[in-house]
Design a protein around this ligand. Structure first.
Ligand SMILES: *Cc1c(COP(=O)(O)O)cnc(C)c1O
Length: 336
């Protein structure tokens, strides 16, 4: 496996730290919980999309693109990171936002990631929930093409076989860090959505024969659909890398019991997880992804899923910028 064969622009701050969370581990009575800080990838607040964009943006530049188009939900972290790196590379960036939640709160619609998209100068277009966003991106690409631009479409979440290479690389990085400190990892847990993060990690960990299991905590789709999306992308990624068949279907595991009311709606457990991480570790999670991932991990620990002496790694995929779009999800006292 030699990732240097693929075009890549280096702008992420790597390696991201791998740190113990002693107080959270004590509070929950074990296992030893470690955190891989992909919220610290360095691009405009960081997050998991930055690793994918290193490969996607290099591909766009190599194809002579002058503009990128991408899509996501209103508080998309992927949109923010794409808009940021587009400015640095001197590319235009059009963002299509799908109003998946229908929330009318002004903070949700204009603060957090949306405010940052606008700060980076990316034109935003809003679409109703259920729009075929891929078709909408194709149509915009056609229009931009007719006006003389050379647009490049980045799929939602940066999740295709090119973007997934960023998480193949993360798997190698994590293995090196664990080997260097003799940390035996029993499981990696993270929030899974558009599938690129999990597909890249699973492919990298399988291709290196690490035998480290990965558990994705779903934020949207039911388990069957989520696992099959991730597995399909594992297969495409492995083919793309020239190592077909390296991932088995049983390597892909998702638990989708923590979605709550739906994508973008924090459940009670999500809020509890955000508050626990904040109050015990000083770490910011988000209400859409990492808060749900952490809620799943915490609940599995409470159910006795792990023994005291095991080591698990929570991959923090970022997203705290969305907190500012969700002020009303928290019940803080007034102070005047
Ligand atoms: C996009 C995102 C995820 C999910 O990653 P996928 O590769 O889309 O599965 C998790 N956490 C955060 C904060 C994200 O922005």
């Amino acid at each position: 496996m030699h990732l240097a064969r693929f075009p890549r622009h280096h702008f992420a701050h790597l390696p991201t730290p791998l740190e113990p969370m002693k107080r959270l581990s004590e509070h929950l009575g074990g296992p030893n919980i470690w955190i891989k800080r992909d919220d610290c990838t360095g691009l405009a607040g960081g997050g998991n999309k930055t690793r994918k964009l290193e490969f996607l943006m290099a591909d766009a530049v190599e194809r002579g693109a002058d503009t990128v188009i991408t899509q996501g939900a209103t508080q998309s972290n992927h949109a923010r990171q794409t808009a940021a790196i587009a400015t640095k590379l001197g590319l235009g960036c059009h963002i299509l936002l799908e109003d998946r939640t229908g929330m009318e709160d002004a903070d949700y619609n204009y603060n957090g990631n949306v405010m940052l998209d606008q700060l980076f100068g990316a034109p935003l277009t809003k679409f109703p929930a259920g729009t075929d966003m891929n078709a909408a991106m194709e149509q915009m690409a056609e229009e931009l093409g007719e006006s003389g631009k050379n647009p490049y479409i980045i799929p939602g979440g940066g999740s295709n076989e090119i973007g997934a290479l960023g998480y193949v690389n993360c798997a190698l990085e994590l293995l090196t860090q664990a080997n260097d400190r003799s940390l035996r990892i029993d499981e990696v847990i993270h929030a899974t959505g558009s599938a690129g993060t999990q597909a890249g990690l699973v492919t990298g960990l399988a291709a290196s024969n690490s035998r480290i299991p990965v558990l994705g905590i779903g934020v949207r789709a039911p388990q069957d659909a989520q696992e099959s999306n991730v597995f399909k992308l594992c297969e495409r990624t492995a083919d793309f890398m020239g190592i077909p068949g390296s991932v088995k279907r049983e390597d892909v595991r998702a638990n989708c019991n923590y979605v709550g009311k739906g994508y973008g709606f924090p459940a009670a457990g999500t809020i509890e997880a955000i508050e626990l991480f904040a109050n015990l570790e000083g770490i910011l999670l988000d209400p859409v992804y990492s808060g749900k991932g952490a809620a799943g991990m915490i609940d599995l620990i409470r159910q006795g899923h792990y023994s005291k002496h095991q080591n698990i790694v929570f991959l923090h995929t970022g997203g705290a910028q969305a907190l500012f779009g969700y002020r009303t999800a928290f019940d803080f006292p007034s102070y005047d």
